[in-house]
Design a protein around this ligand. Structure first.
Ligand SMILES: *[C@@H]1O[C@H](CO)[C@@H](O)[C@H](O)[C@H]1NC(C)=O
Ligand SMILES: *[C@@H]1O[C@H](CO)[C@@H](O)[C@H](O)[C@H]1NC(C)=O
Length: 176
């Protein structure tokens, strides 16, 4: 659900970390991004509602933006003009790096749902880091998953990277 909220944003955030989650409507999103454009007027009518303009002439980049439109439509927040000129990857949540971790033995949310979410976001052209942990249920794995998250943050957030020296110094002083 948090992922869904992320996709409704018309701006990018520093990064997103999701543990043991799933993505509602991801099949619809997949369908949309693999859609080749209308080949006849009738088919054009079957395209779900993303605003009036479905005049996408094979511009793949506009499809992920239409996914943002779809999500915003579902959660009933303001419609966006899905035309490329008014919104692009950089000023939507699509530019947000995402980390998704999941336990292989998760009985609450099957890890295949997490993987499906990761695949969908990847299909949207997002920067996705997907990690599957064995011998883990609906929980987080210490230290493996936390280490992976720290690595992810260090790699994605230059500001954290810049401060990493300071953080490590703190860690050392806590340990000693
Ligand atoms: C998004 O970026 C494009 C081009 O960089 C710009 O024309 C457009 O106004 C921006 N949209 C928003 C909502 O900031
Ligand atoms: C997840 O679902 C698959 C089939 O889709 C099943 O084979 C697997 O056992 C399930 N995993 C768990 C932990 O229930």
């Amino acid at each position: 659900m948090a992922l869904f909220a992320l996709l409704s944003l018309v701006f990018s955030i520093g990064c997103f970390i999701g543990l043991s989650g799933w993505l509602p409507f991801c099949k619809d999103m997949m369908e949309l991004v693999s859609y080749d454009g209308p080949s006849s007027e009738n088919e054009a009518d079957e395209v779900p509602v993303f605003g009036e303009d479905s005049d996408n002439d094979g511009e793949d980049e506009s499809l992920p933006i239409q996914v943002i439109g779809l999500v915003r439509d579902i959660v009933s927040v303001g419609k966006i003009d899905t035309k490329r000129s008014s919104h692009n990857r950089q000023n939507s949540s699509l530019a947000t790096p995402v980390f998704l971790g999941h336990g292989r033995e998760d009985l609450k949310i099957n890890c295949s749902l997490g993987e499906e979410a990761a695949n969908t976001l990847t299909e949207l052209g997002m920067d996705v880091t997907w990690r599957l942990y064995s011998k883990l249920g609906h929980w987080y794995k210490i230290p493996d998953e936390i280490d992976d998250i720290v690595d992810f943050l260090a790699g994605k957030l230059t500001i954290i990277e810049a401060n990493l020296g300071r953080i490590q110094t703190c860690e050392l002083s806590i340990l000693s």
